[in-house]
Ligand binder design. Structure first.
Ligand code: DMJ
Length: 575
């Protein structure tokens, strides 16, 4: 009646109280009102999926209905992680076979080609190496290796999210079934803490966030728990190797003076924060915050972080600094920790930008031919060599460009583009158009390998990873062209009858294959290529960060994921 009176009081012949309305007028009004409501509701269905209101409204309806009919939603209760609430907060709900489909037919064709490569790599793994860690495509058998202790199925875990986002549904279901029936976490054997974390924990976490399958969450947390004994050292800096059965841990035999490696203990943060998020157990975050605290406090030569640190004394063991192998993903995880915290983790931000300044001041060089590169630093002496691994830094500096000092934004974008250009040069200057493991800038060399031992290519992703980020950040078409050059080279030189293989020398066209289809080829190389040829709304960078094995992890937004409350937020300050 109040509504009637508000609307009708101004109409001629209607009394101020609205009570003067005739029955027929009331009926017409009601009819009009219900028509309007139906129209608004119906219109929601026609809005594009990216309209947040649509998802929030429609999905909250589905959610409350399903909550009434089932007692639990993926095990979530109101005070623990809620998968559905999290999913609503993403700009775009994940999966749908056409997610990210580009409208341009040429790009779409390229994307389909990458999908076909993934299917080919997967089918051969399934046929010849099912349940083993990697496929050996020439001998057509499985490889177990010694990086994951008794764990098996590295290629399956690393592929889950790639299969899922590509819409390879049958293959994804096979992978999921294997995790359900055959992934045995009760294994002994020497495992690399770093590799198990980035591939297994990262792969399971992202499979969970993409699909909501409880199975993946439970396995990730179960495995995370088994990694904890590695942190039982006088400093809390974990050792590199752990026996997942007994919990005994030790340092790599090759690491000087029993040291731990920067890129290993510095590449746990993203996964461990999510383990806390999903389990509600603060211990994981405490462990990595303790590492952060020590690194923040310790004196750094010229502001640089050396690659080796003693887990006993907490001191650097050698002054060898590299943005490539042994150092690389530590820097990556600083900026990504900041981004993943919805830009609230200010310590990570500060540490990242001061490290980057020190790197620029001490490591970044320009070759006589005008190529920008990252040299390595050995106690103050520069080694003018850049590893393939260091080529991820184009993308890293690109995604961090927005958040440093505002006047530096363009500078960082330029630096990111220059590094990516140099890495592309290392590809174009080889006969196969694939890049070597390391290339040099001395004795007349410019982005080429001078040593026989540096000439191999093992299907690594880092150069393509930087193409993908630079494409997302600039939309310069050259990055897609460079990615396509890599696809053609992979097809020509690495595709064999039963899978993809690395090659021993990128400078010769009579290629010799190394007989190994690395699991990161499925997890990273092909995923980054697929994203490069997709629209930006497939795993948008505003919603996801990729761990160093390219497993997407969601940004922890206060309104979506619920950062775990610590009894004492400064617990790691005190410990
Ligand atoms: C991957 O396992 C990860 O990207 C890691 O950070 C470095 N090396 C390989 C791929 O080259």
């Amino acid at each position: 009646t109040q509504l009637f009176s508000m609307v009708f009081r101004k109409l001629p012949g209607v009394s101020a109280s609205g009570m003067g309305l005739r029955l027929s007028q009331k009926f017409v009004f009601l009819l009009f009102l219900s028509g309007l409501v139906t129209l608004c509701f119906g219109a929601l269905f026609f809005l594009p999926d990216s309209v947040r209101l649509k998802r929030i409204f429609l999905e909250s309806k589905t959610e409350s209905a399903s909550e009434k009919s089932t007692s639990s939603d993926h095990g979530a209760t109101s005070d623990t992680f809620s998968y559905k609430k999290f999913k609503r907060c993403l700009l775009r709900p994940p999966l749908g076979t056409d997610d990210g489909k580009p409208s341009d037919p040429k790009t779409n064709e390229r994307r389909e080609k990458v999908k076909e490569m993934m299917k080919f790599a997967w089918d051969n793994y399934k046929r010849y190496a099912w349940g083993k860690n990697e496929l050996q495509p020439l001998t057509r058998n499985g490889h177990i290796g010694n990086m994951f202790g008794g764990l098996r199925g590295a290629s399956i875990i690393d592929s889950l999210d790639t299969l899922y986002i590509m819409g390879l549904v049958e293959e994804y279901n096979d992978a999921k079934d294997w995790v359900q029936t055959s992934l045995d976490l009760n294994s002994n054997g020497e495992a690399s803490l770093f590799e198990v974390n980035i591939r297994y924990v990262g792969g399971l976490l992202s499979a969970y966030y993409l699909t909501g399958e409880e199975l993946f969450k439970n396995k990730a947390v179960e495995l995370g728990e088994k990694l904890l004994p590695a942190f039982n050292t006088p400093t809390g800096i974990p050792r590199g190797v752990i026996n997942l059965g007994s919990g005994t841990s030790w340092s790599w035999g090759w690491a000087s003076a029993g040291s731990s490696i920067l890129a290993e203990f510095g590449t746990l943060h993203l996964e461990f924060v999510h383990l806390t998020e999903l389990s509600g157990n603060p211990i994981y975050t405490e462990k990595v915050m303790n590492i952060r605290k020590l690194l923040n406090k310790i004196e750094k030569p010229h502001g640089l972080y050396p690659n080796f640190l003693s887990p006993v004394s907490g001191n650097w063991v050698q002054h060898h600094v590299s943005i490539g192998g042994l150092g690389d993903s530590f820097y990556e995880y600083l900026i990504k920790s900041y981004l993943m915290s919805d830009k609230t983790d200010d310590d990570a931000k500060k540490m990242y930008y001061s490290a980057l300044e020190a790197i620029e001041a001490n490591l970044v060089q320009k070759s006589p031919g005008g190529l920008t590169y990252m040299a390595e630093w050995r106690g103050g002496i520069l080694d003018h060599k850049m590893g393939h691994l260091a080529c991820f830094s184009g993308g890293m500096i690109g995604i961090g460009a927005d958040d440093g000092a505002p006047e530096k934004r363009q500078h960082y974008l330029d630096l990111a583009a220059e590094i990516t250009h140099t890495c592309h040069e290392s590809y174009t200057r080889s006969a196969t158009k694939l890049g070597p493991e390391a290339f040099r800038f001395d004795s007349g060399a410019e982005a080429t390998a001078t040593r026989l031992s540096d000439r191999y290519y093992i299907l690594r992703p880092e150069v393509i990873e930087s193409y993908m980020y630079m494409w997302r950040l600039t939309h310069d078409p050259k990055y897609r062209e460079w990615g396509w050059e890599a696809v053609q080279a992979l097809e020509e030189h690495c595709r064999v009858e039963s899978g993809f293989s690395g090659i021993r020398d990128v400078y010769t066209l009579t290629v010799s294959h190394d007989n190994m289809q690395q699991s990161f080829f499925l997890s990273e190389t092909l995923k980054y290529l697929y994203l490069l040829f997709s629209d930006d709304d497939l795993l948008p960078l505003e919603d996801w960060v990729f761990n160093t094995e390219a497993h997407p992890l969601p940004i922890v937004r206060k309104s979506c994921l619920k950062p775990v409350q610590f009894a004492d937020p400064n617990v790691w300050e005190e410990s």
